[in-house]
Design a protein around this ligand. Structure first.
Ligand code: ADP
Length: 369
């Protein structure tokens, strides 16, 4: 079976690495020649996932299509003669954070209160409140905390909505897979820890350090969220959630693809999120999501600009339970994800301590030569 992926970055790369063993073949569409997925054996069509002709071209040579990025041309995807999973109709809802919030509200899935304009925000919520761009945001870009009247000057002028500020205790993620027959599997709930400086998630702890009741409640909400998306929601989904200081769980947003919060599954679970996604979209049965051992995932974020150079690899490979995944990106740009490390350990606290050492030791820096 030949699988097409729009986007050939690290997510596509790991889908290919994980599913070559099932004898699947891959073709990716990506503008950057010798992209991360191409380096590990996917054929590549060089082109844009926003361009109709390029999407038509890749669709002609594969049996089923998926994507590793949300910002793609869904209108063209709707015209193709092959299955696109998850469906472009679902992607249209997820691409637009306001439509997502409306879907959650309509289905009685807990989420923070929201309104359509700054004026309504001022009337309904106290400062601070949160302004979000409807489309195109990632890693906190497209999110502004409006603390007072003065901040209104910096606010987005259009294509936004306003959310009530949540008192966040922990940020959680639940990963759910759905196959073409509507069967679902849910992974253990994880905790995402963010770097305050960059607003990016830098560490994921699996399982989340929360009690069993909250764990079950989060899983239930995750399953309900994917059910609300309907039968076209085939593949893997990450549901990002907030655990509030009052122990309420609120859905923040949904990602319709393998997600950073589930990279731990590569080494920590019986079936990785990447294999699970491909199993689902290719019409195969889902695998077990069971956690084999507690796992901590650390993102390796590029430092500086230029040709990438890896520092500290030998040192971290000496640490027991450390598994390094580098993405083969040739250039470093500030805040670019260059790889991640999974640390597996029977004792979660020991894994957390090792993660701190990995963060200080393994670096990918940009060099001018
Ligand atoms: P992105 O899609 O860019 O990651 P998110 O909607 O996930 O944007 O928001 C980024 C971060 O901003 C979240 O991880 C959280 O820390 C913070 N945030 C988002 N919405 C709220 C909210 N309503 N209240 C408090 N903090 C929020």
């Amino acid at each position: 079976m030949k699988i097409g992926i729009l986007g050939g970055g690290q997510l596509a790369r790991m889908m290919v690495q994980q599913c070559k063993m099932l004898n699947f073949d891959f073709v990716v569409l990506d503008p950057e020649s010798h992209c991360p997925a191409n380096q590990v054996g996917a054929e590549q069509i060089i082109g844009s996932y926003k361009n109709k002709e390029d999407i038509e071209k890749i669709s002609k040579c594969v049996d089923v299509m998926t994507y590793d990025i949300e910002h793609i041309n869904t209108e063209k995807l709707k015209e193709l003669n092959i299955p696109v999973r998850p469906s472009p109709q679902i992607l249209d809802v997820i691409k637009d954070k306001l439509l997502q919030k409306e879907l959650l509200k309509k289905n009685n899935i807990p989420t923070s209160n929201f309104v359509n304009s700054i004026e309504e925000g001022i009337i309904n919520f106290n400062y601070p409140f949160v302004q979000k761009l409807r489309k195109g945001g990632y890693d906190g870009k497209g999110v502004i905390i409006i603390k007072n009247e003065k901040d209104l000057k910096e606010a987005f002028k259009e294509d936004y909505f306003i959310e009530e500020m949540v008192n966040i205790n922990k940020e959680l993620a639940v990963i759910v897979a759905q196959d073409i027959n509507g069967n679902m599997e849910v992974y253990p709930v994880v905790e995402m820890v963010f770097d305050e400086r960059t607003n990016m998630c830098n560490t994921v702890v699996a399982p989340a350090q929360i009690n069993n009741d909250l764990m079950e409640k989060a899983k239930e909400i995750g399953l309900k969220t994917i059910k609300a998306l309907g039968n076209g929601a085939v593949g893997i989904f990450a549901i990002e959630m907030f655990l509030t200081n009052d122990n309420e769980i609120l859905v923040n947003e949904i990602a319709p693809r393998p997600h950073n919060s589930a990279h731990f599954t590569l080494d920590g679970c019986i079936t990785s999120q990447f294999e699970q996604h491909i199993r689902a979209i290719a019409g195969f049965p889902l695998g077990s999501p069971e956690l084999i051992m507690p796992t901590v995932m650390v993102n390796i974020i590029g430092e500086g600009n230029g040709n990438s150079k890896v520092l500290g690899l030998k040192e971290v490979l000496k640490i027991e339970g450390v598994k390094v995944h580098l993405y083969g990106k040739k250039y470093v740009k500030p805040a670019r994800k260059m790889g991640h490390v999974n640390i597996i350990d029977k004792d979660i606290n020991s894994a957390i301590n090792k993660a701190e050492i990995v963060k200080k030791t393994l670096k990918v820096i940009g060099c001018q030569k």
